[in-house]
Design a protein around this ligand. Structure first.
Ligand code: MRU
Length: 351
């Protein structure tokens, strides 16, 4: 891969600006965690694992800022200062559970180091954020290997939705990690990428990523996937997830659920690739997954140009929930879960 989605220099957090892709490949350097929160909210960085990793580095920037305060040298409350940063970062996007998972993990480091000096806590947080980053890349590579193992045949045509690639993670990708691993295993892979209205993550990001990597990719509008499957041109659908409930119901980019229905109708296996950090074991099913609703302008102004009557009413949920019953397998870094997912996911967690 020729780009880095997230880079920590030890001083700054550098993010590729995903709002500018594919027209411009630009990078923004962050030293203020509040700006990192804005980057998550405005989708400079997006994709569940990438949001989690970014938040972890945001916490490190907050700790760095606190450390420089005069008050910290005279007994100021470092942990209380960090709580403000946790709350700011948590208030950005509600659906991807990786965000809350990462914040909880960073809070755990603070708690485990209670009584240590602010400098010691800062060092522990910085160490942890690097581990969160490395673990994400390793998880994606492991998911890729497991996923490639269940995609049958030496030749396969895979449909994907949104962007669950290197841009949505610390590197390699979840769904696109499975595709990359298939290619690395010597399979001849053809990919169809849904454009993914309204923000076009499929057209702008997935098509860019795969095309840049030399992987055979064809872009389609979202409403073309059904016709493709009816013509038996798709061997498998592979998507990522933003939050998976304990029973396997999976929230992912809006439009994933109808894709799962068409796949079921045509007997096409529908796979979800996601790390364990995306599984919310506290939710028994998908009905309680909070679904983010975004600004109407994303729908009314495609590409920033008015495409609907002024003042029109708009509904713009960013995600939908695919019921576990439509999912042939959930691919994680610890192995492949199949229905019944409650038991299978719990077993992978305990592994
Ligand atoms: O709104 P986004 O672009 O953050 O949504 C991203 C998705 O829905 C991805 O498919 C999901 O986060 C999985 S990423 C590995």
């Amino acid at each position: 891969m020729s780009f880095r989605t997230i880079e920590w220099t030890g001083e700054k957090l550098i993010l590729i600006d995903q709002t500018k892709l594919p027209v411009e490949e630009t990078y923004i350097a962050y030293t203020d965690y509040r700006e990192v929160a804005v980057a998550i909210k405005t989708m400079v960085v997006r994709g569940a694992p990438a949001i989690g990793v970014t938040a972890a580095f945001g916490v490190v920037l907050a700790a760095k800022e606190l450390l420089a305060l005069e008050a910290m040298k005279t007994g100021g409350d470092f942990a209380a200062g960090l709580e403000v940063a946790f709350a700011t970062l948590a208030a950005t996007r509600p659906t991807a559970v990786n965000l809350f998972w990462a914040i909880k993990r960073m809070r755990g480091v603070v708690e485990a180091n209670e009584g240590s000096s602010p400098t010691e806590i800062y060092k522990a947080l910085e160490r942890e954020s690097r581990i969160v980053y490395d673990e994400d890349v390793a998880a994606n590579r492991a998911m890729g290997r497991f996923g490639a193992g269940i995609i049958s045949g030496d030749e396969c045509t895979i449909l994907t939705h949104c962007n669950a690639g290197a841009l949505a993670t610390a590197g390699y990708g979840t769904a696109l990690g499975v595709i990359r691993a298939c290619v690395e295993a010597g399979k001849k892979v053809v990919v169809f990428a849904d454009e993914t209205r309204p923000l076009l993550q499929g057209a702008r990001l997935t098509a860019w990523e795969l095309h840049t990597d030399g992987i055979d990719v064809t872009l389609i509008c979202d409403n073309m996937a059904g016709a493709l499957m009816r013509q038996r041109k798709i061997d498998a659908v592979v998507v990522g997830a933003d939050r998976i409930a304990a029973n396997g119901d999976a929230a992912n980019k809006i439009g994933t659920y109808p894709l799962s229905l068409v796949a079921r109708e045509h007997g096409v296996p529908f796979y979800v690739a996601a790390p364990l950090s995306t599984i919310d074991f506290e939710l028994s099913d998908g009905s309680a997954i909070p679904i983010e609703e975004r600004d109407a302008v994303e729908v009314t102004h495609p590409g920033g140009v008015a495409g609907a009557p002024e003042g029109i009413k708009v509904w713009n949920p960013a995600f939908d929930v695919t019921p576990a019953g439509n999912i042939a397998a959930i691919i994680t870094e610890r192995g492949v879960a199949r229905a019944p997912y409650g038991a299978a996911l719990a077993a992978l967690r305990a592994k």
